[in-house]
Every structure is written in structure tokens, then in C-alpha cells.
Design a protein around this ligand. Sequence first.
Ligand code: SAH
Length: 348
Amino acid sequence: MTNKELIEKLNKDKSLEKSQWVKLISSFSENDALFAKKLARKIADENFGKSVYIRGIVEFSNYCKNDCTYCGIRRSNKNCERYRLTKEEILECCDEGRKLGFMTFVLQSGEDKTYSTAALCDIVKSIKKKHPDCAVTLSLGEMEYADYKALFEAGADRYLLRHETASKAHYEKLHPEEMKFEKRMECLENLKQIGFQTGCGMMVGSPFQRAEDLAEDMLFISRFKPHMVGMGPFIPHKDTPFAAEKAGSVELTLFLISLLRIMLPKANIPATTALGTLHPLGRELGVQAGANVVMPNLSPTAVRKKYALYDNKICTGDESAQCINCLQSRLKNIGYEIKISRGDYENV
Ligand code: SAH
């Protein structure tokens, strides 16, 4: 089959064989990408129109017990200046976000165990009490079933936990031995079973990644049927063992966004900050390739630079209001508008 036929088959069956994924990912041309993009955008337009959902990210702590080789806030990075926000500071970010039109707050952090599950539940409850019309998404890494369940019962609506790579051998090249591939996958199953709108995702172009690994990612995603997929290019961070590695490809990331949209018509797929970091119009290109979400930063400007997962992250010097205005005009330039809404996954 030609690549164009494979894309059509994906549209029809919502899945491909592994060898077909490998072929498509390793041999797509500019024309194939254009074909996928047009189809993906048509599907996105049918489901979301010219609207893009916004999620405000509050990066509330960069302490992390983990040591992921690619990540700038890994515990062994001694150059990382650590910070934690208090409950009151987190609430202030959400209050400001709500004024700016955000109706989803994403609380993200390193795996910082100084926040007990009870404390996190209290934060979630307080946000939901103050902003009952808003959704709370958590992105706090791996936890036990009971902790996830408690957070769900406290009112958290969604959980993002990128699987990072669906190939065990590749996972082990990106993580220290104490981090287990099976555990990550089990967490994702638990999240979905508990009832969260659940997001997985991978980095594109992470070190040692081959087309076969990305094929495994697409196979996993087609089986798992996440409600959200967060996928961005890998970008090296200077204080990690991967400092000298190459960043992922913008073209491949955009192509994969299109394929994801074709496979999962209703999924919430962000055009990520990492994509915007590698290309000045990365987020716009992501939306044009089929993404329907952008996730501007709501963290206090004073801490933004410290939440450096990778080098040269954009928008770290801005106020939240500046970020949203900037995105609004960027989207307007390509014919899209921000939709003020929770932007839930349909049919949950
Ligand atoms: N501790 C949470 C949040 C992690 S940070 C968790 O474990 O889920 C959010 C995401 O940033 C990660 O899942 C990873 O995919 C991405 N990330 C980390 N380092 C990166 C890098 N160097 N380049 C691109 N993305 C990176």
C-alpha cells in the first residue's frame, strides 16, 4: 500500500498493523503529510469547528524524586533551583486564570512527595469549591490506586500521565532502573478505570527512538483509547545526560498529530509548548495539523524559568494575561478562536 492508502485505511479502520505504522512513520513525504493534515483538520473541524480549547497550567513544584534522563527537573540536576507553591499561591493562579477565561486548570509538578494525598485533595476541593464550573486536570506522575481514587473523589476531572514510550526496551533507555515500564502502564489503566478523562502521550525524537518505537506508541494509543494525547518533540536540557542529543523533528511531530487526530477524532490533543519552542509558529502549525487544545502557562512569572524541563522553553518571562492575549492573536491569524469552555471529552 502507498502511504496515502495507509492514511485512508487508518481513517476507515482507526488502526493499522505494526509494519504499516513503521512504513508510514519512516517513509512519509511532504505530500503524505499534507494529505494527512487536510484529512485531520477536516475531522477536527467537524468535531470542534474553528475553536481551540485552552487549559491553564500551574506548575506548582519542581521538586522531583525521579531521575528521568531527559528531564531538566530530574532529582540529580543540582543546578535546578527548586521551588514549591503554597495552596494559597496555587489558588491565586487559578483565580487569575478564571478571570482570563480559563475553565480548566492543570496542576503539574515533579513527583514531590511533600504534598500528601490529603493535601492535594484539599487543594483540588478548594479549587472546585471556588470555581465549580471549571475542570481540574492533574499531572503529578505515578501514584498508587488509592491516591488516584482519593483525588478523583475530591473532584479532579482529568489526569495526564504521558506513557513516554510504549516500548519497554526504549523506556528503560530513558529511565533509571527503579522506574518501571509496567508501573507506568498500570497507572494509566488505573486512572482510566477510576473514571478520569485520561491522557497519555510520548515525546517525539527522544534519544534511541526508532520508527518501531513510535509504531508501538500508536498501537498502544489505538488500544488504550485515551481521552487526551499530549505529544511534543524531545528537546535536550543542558544539565541532563542527554544534553548533547538532537531535538525531535517538528515535521514528524506534526505528522503524528495528524495521524492521532485521524485515529481519535474526538480526543483532546494539544499543540504543545515544546512544539512552540522548536518552531516560532509551532503551536499554530500544531492546530493546523489537527490539534484542538493549547495549554498556556498560569504559573507565577517568578517561578516560570525554574520549571525548565528542557532548554529555551517559551513564555517563561510573560505574565499569564500576556500569554493568553498572544495566543489569542496567533490563533486569530490562522482563522481560529479560543473557546471559553471546560472542553470535556464528549461521550465520557
Ligand atoms: N511528573 C509528571 C509531570 C512530568 S513533566 C509526570 O511524571 O507525569 C511533563 C512532560 O514533559 C513529561 O511527561 C515529558 O513527556 C515532558 N518532558 C520532560 N522532559 C522533556 C524534554 N527534555 N523535552 C521534551 N519534553 C519533555
